[in-house]
Ligand binder design. Sequence first.
Ligand SMILES: NC(=O)c1ccc[n+]([C@@H]2O[C@H](COP(=O)([O-])OP(=O)(O)OC[C@H]3O[C@@H](n4cnc5c(N)ncnc54)[C@H](O)[C@@H]3O)[C@@H](O)[C@H]2O)c1
Ligand SMILES: [Zn+2]
Ligand SMILES: [Zn+2]
Length: 366
Amino acid sequence: MRAAVLEEFGEPLVVQEVELAEPQAGEVLVRLIACGVCHTDLYTASGADPSGYAPTVLGHEGAGIVERVGPDVASLSPGDHVVTLFSPQCGECVHCLDPRTNLCLAIREQQNKGFLPDGTTRIARDGDGIRHFMGCSTFAEYTVMPEIALAKVSPEAPFEHACLFACGLSTGLGAAINTAAVQPGSTCAIFGAGMVGLGAVAGCRLQGAERIVCVDLSPDRLALARGQGATDVIDGGGDAVEEILEMTGGFGADYTFEATGNVAVMRQAVEAARMGWGLCTVAGVAGRGETLDIVPRLLITGRRVAGSSFGGVKGRDQVPALVERSMAGEIDVEPFISHRLGLDEVNRGFELMEAQDGIRSVIEFN
Ligand SMILES: NC(=O)c1ccc[n+]([C@@H]2O[C@H](COP(=O)([O-])OP(=O)(O)OC[C@H]3O[C@@H](n4cnc5c(N)ncnc54)[C@H](O)[C@@H]3O)[C@@H](O)[C@H]2O)c1
Ligand SMILES: [Zn+2]
Ligand SMILES: [Zn+2]
């Protein structure tokens, strides 16, 4: 099959022929149809991620069709439409059984090292293993993944929409729906209007928030935020905290969300949360070693801070439901897709992202 391989950190991906082995017990062979290009792919490709490894096939925002299943796979069959989950759901571990978290423990250790759960790879070149990225490796015509890391979605859902639910969009939606559990009638403030922040705007709207304030540096992105339900927008270049306090009678927002990865903005999101009960949900991934600075008095006077990984979404249960909501017209996915590329143009996807040109480039496979 053809796949985009990260050979050397800081170098463009090399699209080439590699070998893919048959799925083993508990594994599924998926033919990719669409795949989003995400910051995490670029972060690893650049070499900035200290836990990164190479060679590997990048990509983790995939949607496709089950081609074959290995032994002991009961919940998926050939022909099923699936979304890939870098955050799996085994349904059996202590975290899967607890409604308070989506951090499945089943395959973390091997996945973090770039292996399938049995500690080996299915991807190879001239007999040498190539590692699986985030358990997904979806910048490829096919991939082999654990059954527990695939969500079966409606066959009616367009693949190029479904793939966005594999990461950024579900992260933002889930931050509002699961982590914050925004109450109807409340006031929300979202810092950052990329895929994650725009998802959070949509999530706040779906939860029935009355006022949704979005902060970003880009007027184009703030226009997209209005399209997703933001009632007010603020230029992040000024004093956004001051403006949010003014808008809320000096109190702050009931719920704030951070979706930039910048620790100074995280601090702003805490400061813009309401005295008494304001909840700040942090979704952005900060740089290595960076810390979040909070004046403790803000916490004593009732503000709370929560972190959110993949929006607290238990993927196999919730991703299909979120995709259904988009098909029902509740989530407008089309504006998030700014470019459609072939696999050979994957490096162009990185360039567009670095230039902040659009929200998502989607790779389409023929
Ligand atoms: N928690 C998770 O599971 C998870 C999943 C995916 C992505 N992420 C992280 O979420 C963050 C956002 O991801 P994204 O894909 O939306 O990124 P993005 O780069 O597309 O969006 C970030 C936005 O923040 C804006 N911004 C930058 N500085 C700002 C400021 N001072 N004030 C207001 N806005 C500002 C930018 O203009 C941009 O629109 C990243 O850190 C990413 O790594 C987390
Ligand atoms: Zn991602
Ligand atoms: Zn689990």
